[in-house]
Write a protein that binds this ligand. Structure first.
Ligand code: GLU
Length: 471
């Protein structure tokens, strides 16, 4: 326990799990089997860099193998520790079950500050870490498939994939050993934006249910809603960009680790991102007021707060002061179990992480299937689809003697390519999972929040899977 009697991340996840299973009628043995983390492998390896040997500590934790492969990202950060990877692996189990991706839950991490090392050094470190994990089948297309997380991205996934292929030269499915790869290394279109896109699709789905947003004291559409985003990394950036550019949300605040930006009229996210890429910090950005990194911007009045960086940022210390009506957990575990209770009492609606940020693993699933089928989605049917649309349009024009609007014609005829199919599959997944959660939320008097509902749905699926196959 830390300051303010806060639990550790793993304890906090465990408490939320306990709150949910109390409402379920499951044999205690099954509950215990689901709760525990199956295994955590810790590795310490040395890499010769800058004329000396540097020792790194890495983890790969497997929470549940009720379905294989197990899935979950690899995080590079100095804060990585066993408690954290185990909490994150458990969340992967529930997340995969909730959105019906056929995986168990896993997570990995390497204790490193990626900013300390140059690209070549990062490659050496990543390949060595990969070697250690592959040797123990902790990276394997059929058993354990990592993906990006904080501090990692396409670049690291390409190295991991290549390293696995070098160690398994006859494995025709080698590329399916990791997801989140660049397109030219077997990746899928739409994976980089996927988690942020999923946040957008989640909010769109919630706003299709007026009674649900009323529970948060909100009404209307997403258009004009005031949003604060904490963290403008891959997830926060894409979520903020899509919500502001496509749904009319006003991003009135952005918190970064080295400075905050406030603008009641709305921040131009693309401009801000370009500024951050160029200058490294918000300082000098003209599109808003710059505040220090520790400014309490998260506590400011807004409709929707999107924590999109680290765990535990909404905790016992600040939960009382949160003024947002709705919190969308784009990060994993941003609200601690203690804070969750406080927010619930305040009537704040929390869209739980295992749902809100499931877009990443959903599109990872599509990438894994693409790698196993060795063909890009849409490659066979796209032109055939276009042809049959064209025939229909031409025949209707001939019959009526009238021409369709050119823009309509172009949009209607166009067949779906990989990106369109990925977005369609993601949208369908986010809608379906929300409906499953809200059904439980509304149907049961003893379920007062969406997180408990999400746990009920996902634990139910994991339990059914264990019970069906026997443990
Ligand atoms: N790291 C991401 C997450 O926490 C993605 C996991 C994956 O794609 O396997 O969900």
């Amino acid at each position: 326990m830390s300051r303010h009697n806060e639990m550790s991340f793993r304890e906090s996840t465990g408490i939320m799990f306990n709150r949910a299973v109390k409402l379920m009628d499951l044999p205690p043995g099954v509950v215990e089997k689901i709760r525990v983390c199956n295994a955590t492998y810790t590795v310490r390896f040395g890499v010769r860099l800058r004329g000396d040997i540097h020792t790194f500590t890495g983890y790969r934790s497997v929470h549940s193998e009720h379905m294989e492969p197990v899935k979950g990202g690899i995080r590079y950060a100095l804060s990585v520790n066993q408690d954290e990877v185990e909490a994150l692996a458990a969340l992967m189990t529930y997340k995969c079950a909730l959105v019906d991706t056929p995986f168990g839950g896993s997570k990995g991490g390497l204790r490193i500050d990626p900013r300390e090392w140059d690209e070549h050094e990062m490659e050496q470190i990543t390949r060595r870490f990969t070697y250690e994990l592959v040797k123990r089948d902790l990276i394997d297309p059929a058993q354990n498939v990592p993906a990006p997380d904080l501090g990692t991205g396409e670049r690291e996934m390409a190295w991991i994939s290549d390293q696995y292929a070098r160690m398994n030269t006859t494995d025709i499915n080698a590329r399916a050993c990791v997801t989140g790869k660049p397109i030219n290394a077997g990746g899928i279109r739409g994976r980089v934006e996927a988690t942020g896109r999923g946040v957008q699709y989640a909010l769109r789905e919630i706003f299709r249910h007026p009674e649900d947003i009323r529970a948060a004291g909100l009404d209307g559409t997403l258009d004009g809603k005031r949003v604060i985003v904490q963290g403008l990394g891959n997830v926060g950036y894409h979520a903020a960009k899509f919500l502001s550019e496509e749904d009319g949300c006003r991003i009135i605040g952005v918190l970064e680790y080295n400075g905050c930006i406030r603008n009641p009229d709305g921040i131009n996210i693309e401009d801000l991102k370009q500024h951050l890429i160029l200058h490294g910090s918000p300082e000098g950005f003209a599109g808003g007021t710059i505040l220090p990194a520790d400014a309490p911007l998260m506590e400011e009045n807004c409709d929707i707060l999107i924590p999109a960086a680290l765990e535990g940022v909404i905790n016992l210390e600040n939960a009382d002061r949160i003024a947002a009506r709705m919190i969308v957990e784009a990060a994993n575990g941003p609200v601690t179990s203690g804070a969750d209770r406080i927010l619930q009492k305040k009537g704040v609606v929390v869209i739980p992480d295992m749902y809100a940020n499931a877009g990443g693993v959903t599109v990872s699933y599509f990438e894994w299937v693409k790698n196993l089928s060795h063909i890009r989605f849409g490659r066979l049917q796209r032109r055939q689809e276009e042809e049959s649309h064209r025939i229909l349009i031409e025949e209707m024009e001939r019959m009526t003697g009238q021409a369709f609007d050119q823009d309509f014609k172009r949009r209607y005829i166009q067949g779906a390519g990989e990106l369109e199919l990925v977005r369609s599959g993601l949208d369908d997944t986010m809608r379906g999972a929300y409906q499953d959660m809200r059904e439980v939320w509304h149907a049961r008097d003893d379920v007062g929040d969406l997180r408990t509902a999400a746990y009920l749905v996902s634990i139910g699926k994991v339990a059914a899977s264990y019970q069906a196959k026997g443990i």
